[in-house]
Design a protein around this ligand. Structure first.
Ligand SMILES: NC(=O)c1ccc[n+]([C@@H]2O[C@H](COP(=O)([O-])OP(=O)(O)OC[C@H]3O[C@@H](n4cnc5c(N)ncnc54)[C@H](O)[C@@H]3O)[C@@H](O)[C@H]2O)c1
Ligand SMILES: O=C(O)C[C@H](O)C(=O)O
Ligand SMILES: [Mn+2]
Length: 545
C-alpha cells in the first residue's frame, strides 16, 4: 500500500482536502489533512480566489503551477471553469516569461523527462523514470532551439512542452496521467544562459549535425519502444532541424510537428473562415508569407495542398505564393535557401523590378497580395503604409500577424482594423481582445496552433492511427467551418477560445473518422465518436483511490 506521503505528493492521485473520511481511513491518510472534507467545487472556488489576488500574470501562473504540481484534477477543473482567462496564463504569452525565468524560478520538474545529450546511454532510463509506470499516449518534445520567436532557451524551454500538454488536456480531454513532456538538452547557444550560474541546463554550446541527429534517433527509438501507442509531437525545434526530423519519421509512426503542421492547419482554417466572410475563392488569392521559416513554410505547404485539392496543378498552385525572408522575395538564385523554401521561390524574370524586391514594402507594392501572413519574429513590420497599400488593391485583405509572444507580433489587431477601415480579416498569434471601430465590434480569432493540435492529436490517439497523413490534415482544416456566423458584422475568422472544448471535440471526431475511413487504425474501431468518448478524461475525482 502507498504511504500517506506518496499519495499526497502524487499529483495524479492527490485530492488534498477532498479525500473523504472513508478514503482517509482506507488509504492511511487519517490525520494527515485538516478534518473538514471539501468538494472539488469548493477547492476550485477557494483556489480561484487566491489566483485573483495575485499581482500580475507571472505570479498567477506560478500559483497555478503549484496547484498543477500538487493536484492535476484540481488544476484542470480550474482550467475548465476559466479557460479563456487561463489560456494566456498557462500558455502563450505568459509561458514565454516563465521560460525566460525558468532556471531562476525552478521549484518542481513537473514530471517531465530531461534528456541530456551528454548522457545518451540514459535516454531510455530517463523516459522510463519520468513516466513512472504511467501508460503514456502523448509525448511533447522540445530541444528549445526556437522557442516561439525568442530563439534558443535550452532546458528552460521544457515549459513549452508542459504548456502544450496542458492545452491538450484542457481542450480535448487527454488524461493528464497519459502525457509526458520531454526536454532534449542539447546545450544552448544563448550566451546569457551559458554565463548564468543559475542556468539549469548543460553549460555548453549546442550539439549539431550528425551527432545531434544520432541523439534524436536514439530518443525516437527509446520513445517508440517504451510508448508504442503514443503520438510524438515535436515543438519549437530550430529551422534547420524541424523539417528534417519530420521528413525522416512521419511515414514510420504517429508523429506531428506543431510549428509546421499545426500552424499550417490553423492558418488554412482561418483563411477558409475569412473567405467564408468575404465570399471569395481560395484559388483567387495571392499569398505573401513574411518569415519563410518553419512556420511560414508549413503554412505555405498546407495552403498549397488545399489549392491542389481545389483542382489546380502543382505549378499553377505554386504560382500563388510569394515567400519573403530576410533577403526579401525569395528567388531561385537567392543564396542560403532552405530545403523548404526552394520549391516556393520565384524566377527573377517574372518581375521587371526583381532587384528591388528586397523588402516587404516593395513586395506588397509590386504583387498586391490578398493574404499576408507574418511568421517573421519581427515586431511592427506590418506597417501602416504596407497595410494601406495592400488594402488599396483588395477589398477584404486577409492579414495574420502570427509571431509570438506579444512583443514580437508584426501588428496589433486594433491597428489593422483602423488602417483598413474595418476591412481586414485578421487572426493573431496571441489572444486579442475585441476591437470597437466606428460602431462595430470586431472579434479577433486567435491564429494559434492551440486551436488545432488538441483535437487533432486526441482524434489520432483515440483512433489508434498508424500515421498522420495529408488527407487527415486536410479534413481537420475544414473541421472548424460553420462554427462562426459569417454574416454577423465583425465576425471572427476562427471560433473563439471560449468554445475550445466544443470544437476540439468536433475536430477529434472528424480526425478519428478520417483515420478509420482510410483504414489507418491499428486497433479494430468501428465508431469514431465512441472511441473519442471512451478516451475522454474530465476533471472529477474518482470515487475511490
Ligand atoms: N501563431 C502560431 O500558431 C505560431 C506557430 C508557429 C510559430 N509562430 C511564430 O512564428 C514565428 C516564427 O516561428 P518559426 O518556428 O517559423 O521560426 P523560424 O526561425 O523557423 O522562422 C523565422 C523566419 O523569419 C525569418 N526572419 C527573421 N528576420 C526577418 C526579417 N527581418 N524579415 C523577414 N524574415 C525574417 C528568419 O530568417 C526565419 O526564416 C515565431 O514568432 C513563432 O512564435 C506562431
Ligand atoms: O506556442 C505558441 O503559442 C504557438 C507556436 O507553437 C509558436 O511557436 O509560437
Ligand atoms: Mn511552437
Amino acid at each position: 500500500m502507498n504511504s500517506a506521503a506518496s499519495i499526497l505528493n502524487n499529483p495524479f492521485l492527490n485530492k488534498g482536502t477532498a479525500f473523504t473520511t472513508a478514503e482517509r481511513q482506507a488509504l492511511g491518510l487519517v490525520g494527515t489533512l485538516p478534518s473538514h472534507v471539501q468538494t472539488l467545487d469548493e477547492q476550485a472556488t477557494q483556489a480561484y480566489a487566491q489566483y485573483q489576488s495575485k499581482a500580475n500574470n507571472l505570479e498567477k501562473r506560478l500559483f497555478l503551477m503549484t496547484i498543477f504540481n500538487e493536484n492535476r484534477t484540481l488544476f484542470f477543473k480550474l482550467m475548465a471553469d476559466h479557460v479563456v482567462e487561463f489560456m494566456p496564463i498557462v500558455y502563450d504569452p505568459t509561458v514565454a516569461d516563465a521560460i525566460e525565468e525558468y532556471s531562476h524560478l525552478f521549484t518542481d520538474p513537473q514530471n517531465a523527462a530531461f534528456i541530456s545529450v551528454d548522457d545518451p546511454d540514459s535516454i531510455e532510463a530517463t523516459l522510463q523514470n519520468a513516466a513512472d509506470g504511467r501508460d503514456i499516449r502523448l509525448v511533447v518534445v522540445t530541444d528549445a532551439e526556437g522557442i516561439l520567436g525568442m530563439g534558443d532557451w535550452g532546458v528552460n524551454g521544457v515549459d513549452i512542452a508542459v504548456g502544450k500538454l496542458m492545452v491538450y488536456t484542457a481542450a480535448a480531454g487527454i488524461d493528464p496521467a497519459q502525457v509526458l513532456p520531454v526536454s532534449i538538452d542539447a546545450g544552448t547557444n544563448n550566451q546569457k544562459l551559458l554565463d548564468d550560474p543559475l542556468y539549469l541546463g548543460n553549460h555548453h554550446r549546442r550539439m549539431a549535425g550528425d551527432d545531434y541527429l544520432a541523439i534524436i534517433d536514439k530518443f525516437v527509438t527509446a520513445e517508440r519502444k517504451l510508448f508504442p501507442e503514443s503520438l510524438l509531437h515535436w515543438e519549437d525545434f530550430g529551422r534547420g532541424n524541424a523539417q528534417v526530423i519530420l521528413d525522416k519519421y512521419q511515414d514510420q509512426f504517429l508523429t506531428f510537428n506543431d510549428d509546421i503542421q499545426g500552424t499550417g492547419m490553423v492558418v488554412l482554417a482561418g483563411i477558409l473562415g475569412a473567405l467564408n466572410i468575404s465570399h471569395e475563392a481560395i484559388t483567387d488569392q495571392k499569398f505573401v508569407t513574411f518569415g519563410a521559416g518553419t512556420a511560414g513554410m508549413g503554412i505555405a505547404n498546407q495552403i498549397l495542398d488545399e489549392l491542389m485539392r481545389a483542382g489546380l496543378s502543382e505549378t499553377e498552385a505554386r504560382s500563388h505564393f510569394y515567400a519573403v525572408d530576410r533577403q526579401g522575395l525569395l528567388f531561385t538564385d537567392t543564396p542560403d535557401l532552405t530545403a523548404a523554401q526552394r520549391p516556393f521561390t520565384r524566377d527573377r524574370s517574372e518581375f521587371a523590378n526583381a532587384d528591388e524586391l528586397t523588402s516587404l514594402a516593395a513586395v506588397v507594392q509590386t504583387i498586391h497580395p490578398t493574404v499576408l501572413i507574418g511568421t517573421s519574429t519581427q515586431p511592427g513590420t506590418f506597417t501602416e503604409a504596407i497595410v494601406k497599400d495592400m488594402a488599396a488593391h483588395t477589398p477584404r485583405p486577409i492579414i495574420f500577424p502570427l509571431s509570438n509572444p506579444t512583443k514580437l507580433a508584426e501588428a496589433t489587431a486594433a491597428d489593422l482594423i483602423k488602417w483598413t477601415d474595418g476591412q481586414a480579416l485578421i487572426a493573431t498569434g496571441i489572444p486579442a481582445g475585441d476591437v470597437d471601430y466606428q460602431g462595430t465590434t470586431y472579434h479577433i480569432g486567435q491564429g494559434n496552433n492551440a486551436l488545432m493540435y488538441p483535437g487533432l492529436g486526441f482524434g489520432l490517439i483515440a483512433a489508434t492511427a498508424k500515421v498522420l497523413n495529408g488527407e487527415t490534415l486536410s479534413a481537420a482544416c475544414h473541421a472548424l467551418g460553420g462554427l462562426v456566423d459569417a454574416s454577423e458584422p465583425g465576425a471572427a475568422v476562427l471560433p473563439p477560445v471560449g468554445q475550445l472544448t466544443t470544437f476540439s471535440q468536433k475536430l477529434a471526431e472528424i480526425v478519428a473518422q478520417s483515420v478509420l475511413d482510410q483504414g489507418l487504425n491499428k486497433e479494430p474501431i468501428s465508431d469514431a465518436k465512441q472511441a473519442i468518448a471512451e478516451m475522454k478524461w474530465t476533471p472529477v475525482y474518482p470515487e475511490n483511490n
